[in-house]
Structure formats: structure tokens, C-alpha cells
Ligand binder design. Structure first.
Ligand code: CP
Length: 315
């Protein structure tokens, strides 16, 4: 049995197979509507979510399966003091696969150690968000036709943004990828990512405070929200929340085929008039989240791909 806790839990070859399956699903979703009949997905969300929880649920429903779960810790027995370990032992009796979001870093990993069903990390604190990364990869691949030889700008809250940490770890495996890290000093990428991922693997990167200076060289601009919920005081959040606002005017500095991604939700960091720019890929990215989660559920459960007649599984 396999879990997906860290983006690197999938080898590069496995990630490639998953993206290929997601692209087959994207081309013909109706062909997949009965592949998970009688299977149940539990969504265990201890922290708010719109996209991740509902796209997981939509994914399982699209595959013909069923969903159960809780959208918040306050309606679960966590409020009575139940541990994550005990909860997953119980959920293993009720469902075939579980997706867990938790404010504590490492909670899904802990759950996986006590689970009899595959556990998917749907975001743990400021740490990792591997299924968002798969969503990002599918969006980059469909927009640019490749995952190699790209200059990727990451802008905003690079300290607390778990989607950024997962994306850097994953994209660092592809040839010729360069990162431009755009943030205020207080929200720089954590040292462990710089040292253990970028420097350890000899990945090219630069750090800057200026979005405008970085724009002309980017193939991908990955905007992020300043993560209010991870700040220790409101004053710091208020000071930093509008550090970067992507406007139509700033888009004028970018390459004509640059793609703008954002894991969403957006607060203020992308002006509404950018939405009509053909380079804005963030709503398409949210749609891609359904296809990659359908593919992931199929692979973790070892289901049969009706297009090939073969069982899809992780090696
Ligand atoms: N991208 C993302 O994780 O969104 P939600 O918080 O709405 O799930």
C-alpha cells in the first residue's frame, strides 16, 4: 500500500504516468465514470478548504465512487481529544482511501503510520501540499508542453506557502529549471529548502524583492497569497499582505507566452483585470485539480484504466 505525503513520494516516472493518466481523463472524463464504483473516499479536513476538499470529492464522484468525511475539526471527535492515529484507525474501517488536511505539519504522515488505507496529504501546515503540486505540473505541462528548461518565478509568501515548498522540491528534479524567488525579506523561502533542495542539487536560483525586475525573464509566474493564518501577529500580516499585486500593467512586462499560476484562494495579489489575459491559468489550474486527483485515486487504489484496459498502480 502506498501513501502520498511528500511530493517526492512519487518517483519522477510515477509522476509522469500520473500526469499522462490525468491527461487521458481530461480528454474524455465520461469514460472514467464507473471505474471506482463501490469505493469510498474519506475527506478528513481539520483546516478550511474549498478547492482541495471539493475537488477530491468531485474526483471520487466522477469516478463513480462515494465520499464521506468532515469539513472541519469542530464537527469531528478531534474536539473531544481524539488523536489523528485513532481517527485514521477508525476511518480505515469505513473507507478505502483518505485525504487529510491538518494545520500541524506531519499530521498526515503520522496518520499514514496507523492506517490500513492509502492516506493522501491534502496540505499540512506550512509544510507540503503534494496534490496541489500535481495540479501545478499538469497546468504547466498543458500550457508550456514541457516541464524542463523553464524559468519559474515564485512570488509572495514563500515562507509559509506550502504549495511553493512542494513545487520547488518537485520541479528541482527537471533539467534546466531555474527559480526566481520574489518575496519580502520576512517571507523568504525557508533555509531548509534553499540548502537541502536548491543548493544540494545545484539548482540555479536568484532571490529578489522586485516583481517588475523579474517579470521579463519568466516562463511561469506562480503568485501566492500571504498566509494570514500562519502569522503570529496581525500587525505583521497587515504590513506584508499587499507586498505584491499583479496588475494588467505589470503583465505588459512579461513574455507573450508566460503562464500565471496561483493555487488560490486569491485575496489581493492578482488584480481582477488580469483574469481576462490569456496568460492567466489559475482557473484552468483549479479545474486540473479534479483530473489529477481522479488519476491519483485510481493509482493508489490500483483501478483499471478503461482506455487501456490495464490496472494503473504505483510501482
Ligand atoms: N489550493 C488550495 O489548497 O485551495 P483550498 O485551500 O481552497 O483547498
Amino acid at each position: 500500500m502506498r501513501h502520498l505525503i511528500d511530493p517526492l513520494d512519487l518517483s519522477k516516472a510515477e509522476a509522469q504516468s500520473l500526469l499522462e493518466l490525468a491527461m487521458r481523463i481530461r480528454q474524455d472524463p465520461a469514460a472514467y465514470q464507473e471505474v471506482a464504483t463501490h469505493k469510498k473516499l474519506a475527506t478528513l479536513f481539520y483546516e478550511p478548504s474549498t478547492r482541495t476538499r471539493l475537488s477530491f470529492e468531485a474526483a471520487m464522484l466522477n469516478l463513480g465512487g462515494h465520499v464521506l468525511g468532515f469539513p472541519s475539526d469542530i464537527v469531528s471527535s478531534a474536539t473531544k481529544g481524539e488523536s489523528v492515529a485513532d481517527t485514521i484507525r477508525i476511518i480505515s474501517c469505513y473507507a478505502d482511501i483518505a485525504a487529510m488536511r491538518h494545520p500541524k505539519e506531519g499530521a498526515p504522515l503520522r496518520a499514514s503510520r496507523y492506517s490500513r488505507i492509502p492516506v493522501i496529504n491534502a496540505g499540512d501546515g506550512g509544510h507540503q501540499h503534494p496534490t496541489q503540486t500535481l495540479t501545478d505540473l499538469l497546468t504547466i505541462l498543458t500550457r508550456k508542453g514541457r516541464l524542463e528548461n523553464l524559468t519559474i518565478g515564485l512570488c509572495g509568501d514563500l515562507k509559509f506557502g506550502r504549495t511553493v515548498h512542494s513545487l520547488i522540491k518537485t520541479m528541482a528534479r527537471y533539467e534546466g529549471v531555474r527559480f526566481v524567488l520574489i518575496s519580502p525579506e520576512e517571507l523568504r523561502v525557508p533555509d531548509y529548502i534553499i540548502k537541502d533542495v536548491l543548493q544540494a542539487n545545484n539548482i540555479s536560483y536568484t532571490e529578489t524583492h522586485s516583481l517588475e525586475d523579474a517579470m521579463p525573464e519568466l516562463d511561469i509566474l506562480y503568485m501566492t497569497r500571504v498566509q494570514k493564518e500562519r502569522f503570529f501577529n496581525e500587525e505583521d500580516y497587515v504590513r506584508l499582505k499587499n507586498s505584491y499585486i499583479l496588475t494588467r500593467e505589470k503583465m505588459g512586462l512579461a513574455k507573450p507566452d508566460m503562464a500565471v499560476l496561483h493555487p488560490l484562494p486569491r485575496v489581493n495579489e492578482i488584480a481582477l483585470d488580469v483574469d481576462d489575459d490569456p496568460r492567466a491559468a489559475y482557473f484552468e489550474q483549479a479545474q486540473n485539480g479534479v483530473y489529477v486527483r481522479m488519476a491519483l485515486i485510481m493509482m493508489l487504489l490500483g483501478l483499471t484504466d478503461p482506455k487501456t484496459g490495464k490496472e494503473v498502480s504505483l510501482c
